[in-house]
Design a protein around this ligand. Structure first.
Ligand code: SAM
Length: 249
């Protein structure tokens, strides 16, 4: 994994919109009582709990021990696991994933292969994550602020943002049938502004910098983005683009 740090409390405050906006993906999953469902990159378990509310049995896996602890505190079956190396003792009716697959950048094909290994025949893989062009302006501003300091931000870029074609080919190469896949813009209001977003998600770009340098990078990023992503009332909106899909085994 890239160097990610997840703090369930600050995540909830700055990024509580992530599971809220993930509800349509749960609707697409349409979990049924008696099914067993794997939530890949379950985070603090907000959506995992919602899936469990349908009567399905849900297993959540996540690479962050802190997030898994928060999910377990809700009474969920959550396990620390890298999505590149899924290993459960059973197969499931469906694999669900919201806002997590773009963090599994090292080998997306290995992630999909793990999903396929765990799906029963006819099982479904339903998910949404950052797609091609996601947070492009924010990323460009981060790269510029780092370049100004002689730092190669590309080498730190932690996300996999494929096009719909690219991801459909990956799913099909793993033996899945793509029932639906689409890429769509979703401008996303940020409850704690760009500063809160950067604190929550941009760690891999800046974590090894000292506090003063991190603050200077943040100020540069905000100055670069303000004309495009902040309105006259000081409300920030991030340039999210999502990739949503349904595939079957
Ligand atoms: C933005 S959160 C989304 C959490 C949750 N699905 C939701 O909708 O609120 C992304 C999650 O992906 C997890 N993650 C990132 N890389 C991972 C990996 N390689 N394996 C498993 N989980 C990973 C992170 O730990 C984090 O909890």
């Amino acid at each position: 994994m890239t160097s990610q740090t997840w703090n369930p409390q600050s995540y909830l405050a700055a990024a509580g919109f992530v599971p809220v906006l993930g509800q349509p993906v749960v609707d697409l999953l349409a979990p049924q009582p008696g099914e067993t469902i794997l939530d890949l990159g379950c985070g603090d378990g907000t959506l995992t709990a919602r899936i469990a509310g349908s009567g399905a049995r849900v297993i959540g896996v996540d690479g962050s021990p802190e997030m898994v602890a928060a999910a377990r505190a809700r009474g969920l079956d959550a396990r620390v696991m890298d999505g590149h190396a899924l290993h459960l003792p059973e197969q499931v009716d469906a694999v669900f994933s919201n806002a997590a697959l773009h963090w599994m950048k090292r080998d997306p094909a290995a992630v999909v292969a793990g999903v396929v290994r765990h799906l029963k025949p006819g099982g479904r893989f339903v998910g949404e994550f950052g797609g091609f062009g996601n947070v492009a302006a924010v990323t460009t501003a981060l790269l510029a602020a780092l370049a100004k300091r002689g730092i190669d931000g590309i080498a730190r870029h932690p996300w996999y943002f494929p096009t719909a074609d690219q991801y459909a080919r990956l799913l099909e190469a793993a033996g899945l049938r793509v029932a639906d896949i689409s890429l769509f813009p979703r401008p996303t209001p940020l409850p704690q502004g760009m500063a809160g977003w950067l604190r929550t998600f941009a760690g891999p770009f800046v974590d090894d910098l000292g506090p003063a340098e991190q603050a200077a990078v943040q100020a540069d990023v905000e100055a670069l983005l303000r004309p495009s992503l902040c309105d006259a009332q000081g409300r920030w909106v991030a340039d999210y683009v999502r990739l949503r899909f349904v595939a079957t085994a």
